[in-house]
Design a binder for this molecule. Structure first.
Ligand code: OSB
Ligand code: MG
Length: 368
């Protein structure tokens, strides 16, 4: 297969409600979309690079630059067997996983369409339905948090994750536990704590959380291993896991007992599948994280979540939780059981609404 051209687009979309984490508050998203033409077939990808370098070092600007000036020259006019080969072809470029994932995932979409297969089948998925949880941002009041959780549970979602930070941690968790004694509950700190805070984090153990996601430094496996030895609650790593090697180190150091896999953070389907397989062989459950994606990134996340070891509910949810109108047809919907039924259509299965995408486009660059 060959990629003849790519189109980079930046679209602007406003979130239905602003999303607050320990590293900031976000109301309007800038999203980098990549459309490619491979032997006459279109493939779509999304880069989850952020507006600023606060979750990870990459940004929309760096992803655009790396895609145009380094990734495209490597891939242009190159013949390869399948999308599975791209990860190796991209290996001279160090890091920049979110830029790589945009083109890698689009190539997988195109290959699946060329083979007239759903993407989830092409990658070896086994699930026809995926379990869904929600990620709830930091709320100004406990009342607002509780009513949000009530609404998400009523919609069917199978587990609740709330964002925490110092000063907004024990109290919200305690309030939720009082109100909902039996729900599957977890927290995500996005690196807001330090190892010295461990006695404080230990207090969270009274509320039998499923896991504590990324409490410490974004690249600090060593301190997470120290912390995990002090806690009974499993630590789940997100930010720390950039590569297969980091996943292996994290598992062998005992830095976590669960891993959140995000396509963008690790560079696409090939590294995601490798990390998934490693975790399966080490009995480490995984789940699929989210990055406030548009429908295109969401569709890729759904495909990834069909792999066997994605046993825990992921942060993959209905389009309407984030967007008044998504850019795909149909929109992603969640059943009253809190699951997404996987579509049996070629590629990502959802059709990009190109007219709507055009209207949301702030800039565009065609490369061939
Ligand atoms: O840490 O999982 C995270 C959103 C932006 C950046 C980091 C994270 C998140 C989320 C949102 O938790 C998950 C979603 O897309 O629903
Ligand atoms: Mg996280």
């Amino acid at each position: 297969m060959k990629i003849h051209s790519i189109t980079l687009r930046e679209i602007r979309m406003s979130l239905v409600t602003p999303f607050e984490t320990s590293f900031g508050r976000l109301a309007d998203r800038r999203i980098l979309l990549l459309e490619l033409n491979s032997d006459g077939v279109c493939g779509w990808g999304e880069s989850v690079a952020g507006e600023g370098p606060f979750y990870a070092p990459e940004t929309v600007e760096t992803a655009w630059h790396i895609l145009r000036d380094f990734i495209w020259p490597l891939i242009k006019d190159r013949e390869f067997n399948s999308a599975a080969d791209l990860w190796q072809i991209l290996s001279p470029i160090r890091g920049h996983n979110m830029a790589k994932a945009a083109i890698e995932s689009a190539a997988w979409d195109a290959e699946a369409k060329q083979k007239n297969l759903p993407l989830w089948k092409l990658i070896g998925g086994v699930r026809h339905e995926i379990p869904c949880g929600v990620s709830i941002g930091i709320k100004p009041t406990l009342e607002e948090l509780i009513s949000t959780v009530e609404r998400e549970l009523a919609a069917g979602y199978q587990r609740i994750k709330i964002k925490i930070k110092p000063g907004k941690d024990i109290e919200p968790v305690e309030a939720l536990r009082q109100r909902f004694p039996r729900i599957r509950l977890m927290v995500d700190a996005n690196s807001a704590y330090r190892l010295e805070d461990w006695p404080h984090l230990k207090r969270l153990e009274a509320y039998y959380l499923m896991m504590i996601e990324q409490p410490l430094g974004w690249d600090d496996l060593y301190s997470h291993a120290e912390l995990q030895r002090k806690l009974e609650t499993p630590i789940c790593l997100d930010e720390c896991i950039h590569t297969l090697e980091h996943a292996l180190a994290a598992i062998d150091l005992g830095a976590c007992r669960i891993i959140n896999i995000k396509l963008g953070r690790v560079g696409g389907f090939t590294p995601s599948i490798q990390i998934h397989d490693l975790c399966r062989s080490r009995q480490i459950p995984v789940w699929c994280g989210g990055m406030l994606e548009s429908g295109i990134g969401r569709a890729h996340n759904i495909a990834l979540s069909t792999l066997e070891n994605f046993t825990l509910p992921g942060d993959v949810t209905a389009s309407r939780r984030y967007w008044t109108e998504d850019i795909i047809e149909p929109e992603v919907e969640v059943s009253s059981q809190g699951t997404i039924r996987v579509l049996d259509r070629p590629g990502i299965g959802y059709t990009p609404r190109v007219d709507r995408i055009e209207r949301l486009t702030a800039r565009k660059e065609f490369l061939k």
